[in-house]
Design a protein around this ligand. Structure first.
Ligand SMILES: Nc1ncnc2c1ncn2[C@@H]1O[C@H](COP(=O)(O)OP(=O)(O)OP(=O)(O)O)[C@@H](O)[C@H]1O
Ligand SMILES: [Mg+2]
Length: 304
């Protein structure tokens, strides 16, 4: 694949992309976060994990959140899920304040969170049965969702018999079976190998295209964010504040073939600039080198 080096700005949008965003912004607002601030108070003092974070997510929008480690991404998603309290501000889902966990929000985490003693089918059924749905009806519902994630043949398998990618497909089915308004995903593909991760990204896009779901997706991976998102919320650390909300100008439908298109390259360059700002040049004379280096290997050969 050849890199296309035509220089364009990440803000440049084709007519089709512009029209898509115009349409998207006319859709109803599902999630509204207003001046959200979260301060952790612990033995070591206070940490402002989020400061004045505000944004809106429209129906069927795909928003990715990126930012350096510790900038409050997980805090944000846990707060939206109702698993964490917040210090000030507002979180509205369909215009109503979030006060705790609810079926209107589905969660998928990085770590595998399936119940190891339950089959795939029972793992997905768990939430429905807890909510009082009769077993037969729950079983029919689950069959549909397992088909959607391509795991209908593994309904009776147990988590330890599945690959990492398959486990995350089950986790997605389990989150979607309750038909939430929004799917909250915290680095869900972070533990997968590169190839499986790529397949899961394509698979998630396909699911998103086919059902009425809004997605908020946290990632460290800039390519993943550009491939998936309509808009990317970029946070900065200490305290976690919004740096920019970027409209991704890469046209849909998306595929990894777009990785070297001018829009993709320009968007990635902007994200790099925000996440890894240029550092001050180091004054070589001021760097102190330990007088005695411990030699773990034979360094007689110059590796460079
Ligand atoms: N329970 C807690 N008590 C005190 N401080 C916390 C707690 N959870 C998170 N923090 C602090 O809040 C800040 C944001 O943490 P958070 O886990 O939300 O970051 P993150 O962006 O998800 O990081 P990563 O990219 O490494 O997953 C960090 O400084 C962290 O140390
Ligand atoms: Mg995190």
């Amino acid at each position: 694949m050849q890199a296309n080096t035509d220089q364009i700005s990440y803000l440049t949008q084709s007519e089709a992309v512009k029209a898509r965003f115009d349409k998207l912004k006319q859709r109803e607002v599902i999630l509204e976060v207003k001046n959200l601030t979260k301060v952790y108070r612990g033995a070591k003092g206070e940490t402002t994990a989020l400061k004045d974070v505000s944004f809106k997510t429209h129906r069927r929008e795909f928003v990715c959140v990126i930012g350096p480690s510790g900038c409050g991404k997980s805090t944000l998603i846990r707060t939206l899920a109702g698993l964490e309290s917040y210090t000030s501000g507002e979180v509205l889902l369909d215009g109503k304040p979030v006060t705790g966990p609810g079926r209107d929000r589905g969660m998928v985490f990085q770590g595998y969170t399936l119940f190891p003693w339950l089959s795939v089918k029972k793992n997905v059924m768990f939430g429905l049965e807890m909510n009082g749905m009769p077993s037969e009806e729950a079983s029919r519902e689950v069959a549909l969702w397992l088909e959607l994630v391509g795991l209908e043949k593994f309904a009776n398998a147990y988590p330890h018999e599945l690959s990492g990618g398959m486990k995350q497909r089950v986790a997605i089915a389990r989150a979607l079976v309750n038909q939430p308004r929004i799917l909250l995903m915290d680095e869900p593909f972070g533990a997968l190998d590169a190839q499986t991760r790529c397949k899961m990204q394509t698979h998630l896009l396909e699911i998103w295209r086919n059902i009425d779901i809004t997605i908020l997706f946290i990632t460290h991976d800039l390519d993943e964010a550009i491939l998936l998102a309509d808009r990317i919320l970029v946070l900065k650390a200490h305290p976690g504040e919004v740096q920019e909300l970027i409209e991704v100008s890469v046209p849909r439908p998306r595929s990894p073939d777009q990785l070297f298109t001018p829009e993709f390259i320009a968007t990635k360059a902007r994200l790099e600039e925000l996440i890894h700002p240029p550092t001050e040049p180091v004054d070589e004379d001021a760097v102190s080198v330990p007088s005695r280096m411990i030699r773990f290997v034979n360094v007689a050969d110059n590796v460079e």
